[in-house]
Design a protein around this ligand. Structure first.
Ligand code: CU
Length: 175
């Protein structure tokens, strides 16, 4: 029976290692600041909006949009990633109301992070909007927030199978 105990301990150890690995991998970039700040009340259009994270971002697959109260895009041009900051240009704004900045960035660990924040324009501007908006997470298809955490259950299944197989093997050897 010593053998089966040893194998069970080994299997539990492997599962624990896998779980620890999955936990460490989930420590990805988080947004620590934005410009304009969340819920800012602006009387004039900002030239750009930006979000700052707690670590440098990967420049690949970055997306950022600003969507107005009219449902149209008010951001313009490609988003720019510089170190821990992503930003995008903004047209002169139009209707007063709530504008939402949406972003999707890639952490140093390869995880896609998406989110949004809003600010409001209190005095209507004279700008003209871009096309009707779809947020980055809607256009990105398979790589939204839902796919960015590694599932734990496969490791548990593997651990159970290893323990079960070891038990069967040990019992067979004794008969
Ligand atoms: Cu991560």
């Amino acid at each position: 029976m010593n053998r089966i105990v040893a194998i069970a301990i080994l299997a539990v150890g492997l599962a624990a290692t896998a779980l620890a690995g999955a936990g460490a991998a989930s420590a990805h970039a988080t947004r620590i600041a934005s410009d304009p700040v969340e819920n800012a009340e602006l009387t004039q259009s900002p030239a750009r909006v930006s979000a700052t994270f707690n670590e440098a971002l990967q420049p690949e697959f970055a997306a950022m949009t600003v969507v107005g109260p009219d449902g149209n895009l008010w951001s313009t041009g490609a988003p720019e990633v510089s170190g821990a900051v992503i930003s995008v240009g903004v047209r002169p704004l139009g209707p007063a109301g709530t504008y939402t900045a949406n972003y999707r960035v890639t952490s140093a660990d390869g995880h896609a992070i998406s989110g949004s924040w809003s600010f409001s324009l209190t005095a209507a501007g004279t700008g003209t909007p871009g096309p009707s908006a779809t947020t980055p997470s809607e256009t990105s298809g398979t790589s939204g927030t839902s796919g960015d955490e590694m599932p734990v259950w496969p490791f548990m299944v593997v651990a159970v199978v290893i323990v079960g197989a070891a038990a069967v093997w040990a019992v067979r050897r004794q008969t």
